[in-house]
Design a protein around this ligand. Sequence first.
Ligand SMILES: *Cc1c(COP(=O)(O)O)cnc(C)c1O
Length: 387
Amino acid sequence: MNNILQLPALKTPCYYYDLDLLRETLRVATHEADKHAFRLHYAVKANANPRLLALIRSRGLGADCVSGNEVAAAIDSGFPAADIVYAGVGKSDDEIRRALEADIFCFNCESFPEMEVINGIAASLGLRARVALRVNPNVDAHTHRYITTGVEENKFGFYLHDLEAAIRRCRELPALEWLGLHFHVGSQITDMEVFCELCARVSDLQRHLAMHGLVPAHVNFGGGLGVDYDDPDEHSIPNFAAYLRVFADHFEARPGQQLHLEPGRSLVAQCGSLVSRVLYVKEGRDKKFIILDAGMSDLIRPALYQAHHAIENLTPSSAARDLYDVVGPICESSDCFAKAVDLPVTRRGDLIVLRSAGAYGEVMASRYNLRDLPPARFSDEGKASLA
Ligand SMILES: *Cc1c(COP(=O)(O)O)cnc(C)c1O
């Protein structure tokens, strides 16, 4: 963390990535996945920074993409097309064509009309699309409602009662090859019971399908493993061993079946911080505000879904403490990172970091208010790169 203070020509706001922590996180995740022969596909939407993508690829992970440009970014960063899966409820014709031409491993298909369109485009190109059907398993992830994806009221995937018909249609369409099933029930899931329930639900489903002679070769359980936003130093690497063991112990895999997972947040959240400088400390009537040079355009998670990030002052000049609302400069009341944060007495010019910002941070930055996009800085700057 304190390497930040050694970065040459530090301009704020910026994202800072601890590459040693990312390497160690990847080492643990791949080591645990290898024990069970699970395939990991990194969910590119969590962070598409090219250096991070290249490092993740170098550790042998595949890529899980949700747009044509993510597929292109994954290929540009060295992910072989054969290790790329592509999900999303609204794939455009052009995105489908590009992914077919790139010959990606698998489309995670989410609806009947999408299946027909992929078939049509593949046929017109003289190609065959490998397809897994995304199923909405109706498992409640017990997470924020904006990041819950696996219950029937939301837009993702096939409903269970349509699945058999969907598989049959997929196998009928001449330019499609049915590979298996895909699930993803939500994000920032910290209760392993949710994944146990998913395993039980999918095991039941498989039993039902097997009675009709349908056995998926591939089962993809998506992502969703949460991280500790409250104490990023205590839990800098999520418990991949416990998470992956759930699937090994609770899912009744069929012989020869390949299992896949798509971790995003759990791989990259803790290695990233948003670094900012204090512009002003403003005394309100009954509270004090720290006004940062970073705002919701740099990190939108607190404004978008009341997300919590640990906040630290890296350059306090006193041991005394006070309570502050930490806000950004943008003309929106929701541009507030946290309220009543206990911090050392803070002054103009102090460096403030928002921790655990490596996932859904930089990649969601916008130019709202015509602000500049925050650049990325890396822990190995100035040292020889050992990637
Ligand atoms: C977002 C997403 C993921 C990754 O989710 P995390 O919570 O970041 O692990 C995986 N698969 C799909 C289909 C997704 O949409």
